[in-house]
Design a protein around this ligand. Structure first.
Ligand code: GAL
Length: 369
């Protein structure tokens, strides 16, 4: 921390304490964080804080279930480590995310954690933070073509491989549909790359045919629904397998299959272990999901951010090129989940409760303890 922060008068310190407490309120309120362009007490005065470390988190969205967990676990951990946290979510809008990041920077955060909506458009956030001496951690999604300091994520190519592998086991032959995520999200490209690592050789052998592949704007389930409808129409419903990039897009694809009486008849993948998706897995309408322990990434991010704020070094064992530099990276392991290991993964980890996951399934089919 800069020493001048410590030389502030008592009156100012009291005012700043009030500001940072209000700032915390933003964190614990998802709606406010999702729609609000402001952190309360976000005046220049907040910048000259009471000497406490302040970590900023700039999020794309809180729409998917997982992001609320990311925010809550991250915030709790930062506070446990004795620092303040300010979180803003941009509701999928690049300009909003840029201005929210500027707000956090001007409020004097010590480190900025960014989950970019747009891999490319978020690069200026890094420049602006660096101008103020603030380090930036790219969280879950990579900020491309920037000098971002660290990248903390999962092995996203592996995620795509797991998705395709699970579907290939169920449908070794036939017509394949790939329902991708947001074109603007670098992860969507890595998931697709991973899936194609598995599918392309099989297509070349002639076992399978990829009859349709499309990204789904902003990861929206309704976009995935439209894509799946188009895929079914274009192929007269002659489709044997669906690789969907996450649980939201899987939900959209399954809705389209339901309209054609095909639900549960062909395998569908997903990702995130959303409650709705693990319920579908228990019920047999979705084949698998990829569980990425949010506790692990959110806790790690909080520890990294606070360590960087204290001027400590952070070990990152991998490098991921973002188009400009090799970004020091930490990539955590994803876990493939299907009906047979629901109990040993998401339920065992406390990510979901057995009574929630198996809510719509007769009790005699629940996992034996
Ligand atoms: C990806 C993320 C996934 C999923 C998706 C939609 O970047 O890795 O877990 O949530 O965004 O938000």
């Amino acid at each position: 921390m800069m020493t001048w922060k410590k030389s502030l008068g008592l009156g100012t310190a009291a005012m700043l304490l009030a500001a940072s407490i209000t700032g915390c309120g933003v964190v614990s309120n998802g709606d406010q964080a999702a729609s609000g362009g402001k952190t309360e007490g976000g005046t220049q005065a907040a910048k000259k804080d009471d000497g406490k470390i302040v970590i900023g988190m700039s999020m794309d969205t809180l729409k998917e279930e997982r992001w609320q967990k990311d925010r809550d676990i991250f915030s709790a951990k930062v506070k446990e480590l004795g620092a303040e946290v300010k979180v803003l979510a941009a509701d999928g809008n690049d300009a909003t995310q840029l201005s929210q990041a500027e707000q956090l920077i001007s409020q004097g955060v010590d480190v900025l954690v960014v989950i970019p909506h747009n891999a490319e458009a978020s690069a200026p956030i890094v420049d602006k933070a660096h101008k103020e001496g603030i380090k930036v951690i790219s969280y879950d999604r990579l900020i491309k073509n920037s000098n971002v300091d660290y990248y903390l994520s999962f092995d996203n190519v592996r995620v795509g491989e797991m998705q395709a592998q699970a579907i290939v086991e169920k449908a070794p032959k036939g017509n394949y549909v790939y329902i991708g995520g947001a074109d603007t999200d670098n992860n969507a490209h890595m998931f697709k790359q991973g899936a194609m690592n598995i599918l392309k050789p099989l297509a070349e052998k002639g076992d399978i045919k990829i009859v349709y592949e499309q990204f789904s704007k902003d990861w929206k389930p309704e976009e995935a629904l439209k894509n799946m409808e188009n895929a079914l129409t274009a192929n007269n419903n002659n489709v044997q397998a669906v690789v969907a990039a996450n649980d939201g897009t899987a939900g959209g694809a399954i809705q389209a299959l339901t309209a054609q009486g095909m639900t549960g008849k062909i395998p569908v993948s997903g990702q995130d272990a959303d409650l709705a998706a693990v319920q579908r897995i228990a019920e047999g309408t979705q084949t698998m999901t990829v569980y990425k322990p949010i506790n692990a990434i959110a806790t790690k991010a909080a520890e990294m951010a606070v360590a960087l704020a204290k001027g400590e070094t952070v070990n990152a064992d991998k490098k991921v090129n973002n188009g400009k530099i090799d970004v020091p990276s930490i990539l955590l392991d994803p876990i493939a989940v299907n009906k047979s290991n629901l109990a040993d993964t998401v339920i065992k980890d406390g990510f979901h409760k057995v009574e929630d996951v198996f809510k719509n399934v007769p009790k005699d089919q629940w996992p034996k303890k």
